[in-house]
Design a protein around this ligand. Structure first.
Ligand code: NI
Length: 254
């Protein structure tokens, strides 16, 4: 039993064989897949896909699309978030990796969506790339923070500790299986198992065994195996606890 707590199988890279990919995932023992709709052109596809058993959705505006934000889009987002299969606002956050980025616009749109999550009482799934300090600064402006996960965590253990203390979970992805993953291994080693989620972020970030190819939800098994190895616990224990964590954070039920 496992959950891929962050997948993008609505991506065009799955257009030719989406059915096989989803079948492989459930055959591999996945109980749930959380499908992330963070690009407005794909929102409706994500909503459609999440009508199926075992698939849930989240919706948000990705920081790289922050400049597209307008009231009409925000209203559409609010509507999608009412869907009964929608479990979170995400992925939202900050991304200062690829130039050009509009820092102030990203911050504004991030805060708006954090407030929306609080308003509708849903957790958040946060994307943060090369923007850790600004993310924490924003968190500190909130009296009450929504529950949530820092997805695809790529920071140090010291940085993980700060967000764990603020109540967030840590999302672990394929890079934990790469040879140069010492920093992430330390994060996994030190983070309590009941604060970890496993996720593929497919089609990106394929685990080492499949590196360079398209990632897919079934490969979350690789991430759970590596997590078990690092934490010196059984694979079953990782599967059971991370599933429970996802169920609890996102309120997953059929
Ligand atoms: Ni993602």
């Amino acid at each position: 039993m496992l959950v891929d707590s962050h997948a993008h199988t609505s991506d065009a890279k799955f257009d030719t064989d989406r059915e096989e990919v989803l079948k492989r995932a459930f055959d591999a023992g996945l109980k749930y897949i959380i499908e992330v709709g963070c690009e407005p052109p794909l929102w409706d596809n994500v909503a459609e896909l999440s009508k199926r058993d075992g698939i849930f959705s989240m919706f948000g505006l990705h920081p790289q699309d922050a400049e597209k934000f307008n009231e009409e889009l925000f209203d559409k987002l609010k509507n999608l978030l009412k869907d009964k299969k929608c479990v979170a606002v995400g992925e939202i956050g900050l991304d200062y990796h690829y130039e050009p980025f509009l820092k102030e616009k990203q911050k504004e749109v991030f805060v708006k969506q954090m407030n929306l999550a609080l308003e509708i009482n849903k957790p958040v799934c946060i994307h943060c790339r090369d923007a850790y300090d600004d993310m924490v600064k924003i968190f500190k402006t909130f009296d009450v923070l929504p529950k949530g996960v820092i997805h695809c965590f790529s920071g140090s253990w010291e940085q993980a500790k700060v967000v764990l203390d603020m109540g967030f979970l840590i999302g672990i992805d394929g890079p934990c299986t790469y040879p140069k993953s010492n920093k992430l291994a330390k994060v996994i080693e030190n983070t309590p198992l009941d604060k970890l989620l496993v996720e593929t972020d497919c089609p990106y970030l394929a685990p080492q065994k499949y590196r360079g190819t398209r990632n897919e939800p079934a490969y979350v098994v690789e991430i759970a195996e590596k997590t078990a190895e690092i934490k010196k616990v059984s694979f079953e224990q990782v599967c059971e606890q991370t599933t429970e964590n996802a169920v609890k954070l996102y309120g997953l039920k059929k």
